[in-house]
Design a protein around this ligand. Structure first.
Ligand code: GLU
Length: 510
């Protein structure tokens, strides 16, 4: 397979392919930054493709949020759903005909097959394999179906998925631009489903088809996808196409080296915007993740990074995303990179401006006697972390019960696609009903968790202004506060809360 050197004659085209589910993640910004720096370094283009084939989880709100979050950071794409380009459409759900045609081609070529196995059978199979300590994998039963019968059953309306045929032995060897040669045994690779029973392609199929048709030359993405490369390479081969070059970046880590997760660090890009971080400091910090500039500079811009960017300078040892270090760097930007005038401008556009006051004042007005009453009431909207006593938080509730309710709200809030006063109000009403509590017994806990006080602006308006990322972070911080005073949820406790939660509220989505 061609490496970077041999592909330099063609135009470099990179892409980011986020799925529009949930809040935009710092990991997406990290991938976008490195894809952009690489594309710019080689006078190429970066494409933004929205991978929305998971119909149950994708939302237009989340797609817009991704565009807004990346724009806030100053990350620009050359082609995408908002600005178009020569290889559109850039939303995967608008490319279904293309995916379907390639699935049909694979079926006709005999490189893929319909599988009619029921979810119950697959479940049973998986359990048996796990009991035998084998890697769960489809056993190929439907592979033996004669093509005519398979076609007939599909025409009769029987539900089916389409799977790829995978070699039963041997190994797949490929080059990763950061890791060198990678070898994966075909026995480790499942007969991947490429078309789901709802007719939609899976990620693997759609991703390969779109990367090809969008002429992507370099796939630069997270290391969690490295084990998928054999399937992708096989698809390229079966479809008769040249594969792009692959580079799998290390995943961001928490300071304890576990995979970056919101349990330890805020992971939503908007948390950083709303908590008052500067986009250029964020970009600088993300650029330092596993990367050093040739002159070892610590403070640098996207332009500086792009000028000298070289994938070979990426180190693979799990870069740690450390909030304290980011705060320190952000402080340097405020003091060293911006003039006082500029800091004032940033404050005004962040939250101290007229637009913000116009949104807050109507909520505060009836609680004001003097102007000086305003700022204490609005303080929770401007602050990052809040100080309050645990007893204020729990109020009349038992601390264990308070922790349980906070946890449930955290999961419920994760599910809200629309973040506004009315949605939040119905969410908490539903929760009160399910918990058989009165709203006024349930809400004081959240009032303190969100506003840090027992007296403030109305809760749902306040949360709506505060935004999802900061609000969710406050709930997590309240849980941490309880844990710090010995009232945390044990592993066992958490398991049973989760079980009850699923029964009463349905599945979690995070
Ligand atoms: N949609 C995938 C994701 O959300 C894209 C992975 C890739 O870059 O291939 O991570």
């Amino acid at each position: 397979m061609a490496g970077f050197e041999t592909q330099m004659t063609e135009q470099v085209r990179t892409r980011i392919a986020p799925s529009p589910t949930g809040a935009p993640h710092v990991g997406t910004a990290y991938m976008a930054l490195f894809n952009l720096a690489f594309a710019r370094r080689h006078q190429g283009k970066m494409v933004l493709r929205i991978e929305d084939t998971d119909r149950a989880r994708s939302t237009p709100g989340s797609e817009q949020a991704i565009l807004d979050a990346l724009s806030w950071l100053g990350i620009e794409w050359d082609e995408g759903p908002d600005c178009g380009g020569d290889y559109g459409p850039y939303r995967q759900s608008e490319r279904l005909e293309l995916h379907q045609a390639e699935i049909d081609r694979l079926l006709e070529q005999g490189d893929a097959y319909r599988c009619f196995c029921s979810p119950e059978r697959l479940d049973e199979l998986r359990k048996e394999q796990m009991a035998r300590k084998e890697t769960p994998r489809y056993d190929g039963r439907c592979l033996a179906l004669p093509p005519e019968e398979s076609k007939q059953r599909a025409e009769n309306g029987e539900p089916f998925v389409v799977r790829m045929k995978i070699p039963s032995e041997g190994e797949c060897r490929f080059m990763d631009e950061l890791r060198g040669e990678v070898v994966i045994d075909w026995s480790q690779v499942d007969h991947q489903v490429i078309r789901k029973s709802d007719g939609y392609p899976t990620y693997h199929l759609a991703n390969v088809v779109d990367d090809h048709h969008m002429r992507i030359s370099h796939v630069i993405r997270g290391e969690e996808w490295i084990n998928s490369v054999p399937k992708h390479l096989l698809l390229y081969k079966l479809l008769g196409w040249n594969p792009p070059a692959f580079a799998h970046l290390p995943l961001l880590r928490n300071p304890d080296k576990s995979k970056l997760s919101k349990r330890r660090n805020p992971t939503g890009i908007f948390y950083y915007r709303d908590a008052g971080f500067l986009p250029e400091a964020m970009i600088n910090y993300l650029g330092m993740m596993g990367y050093t500039l040739p002159d070892q500079r610590e403070v640098f811009s996207l332009g500086d990074l792009s000028e000298t960017f070289d994938l070979k300078r990426i180190s693979l040892g799990g870069p740690v995303f450390d909030l304290d270090k980011l705060r320190w760097l952000n402080g340097r930007y405020l003091r060293e990179k911006l003039s006082e005038e500029e800091v004032i401008d940033r404050l005004l556009t962040w939250k101290a401006g007229k637009g913000f006051l116009e949104r807050v004042l109507p909520l505060a007005l009836k609680r004001l006697e003097t102007l000086s009453d305003f700022f204490p009431l609005a303080q929770f909207l401007l602050a990052d972390k809040l100080e309050y006593a645990v007893t204020e938080l729990t109020g009349k509730l038992d601390p264990g019960e308070a922790a349980r309710l906070l946890k449930i709200a955290e999961w419920e809030l994760e599910k809200t696609a629309e973040w506004n006063r009315d949605e939040l109000s119905s969410l908490f009403q539903r929760m009160a009903q399910t918990e058989e509590m009165k709203l006024k017994e349930l809400l004081p806990l959240f009032f303190v968790a969100i506003t840090g006080s027992t007296v403030s602006l109305p809760l749902f308006d306040g949360m709506s202004l505060l935004g999802p990322d900061l609000s969710r972070t406050r709930i997590r911080l309240a849980l941490e506060k309880l844990a710090d005073t010995g009232n945390g949820l044990s592993k066992k406790g958490l398991k049973s809360i989760e079980k009850e939660y699923r029964k009463a509220y349905g599945d979690r989505i995070d």
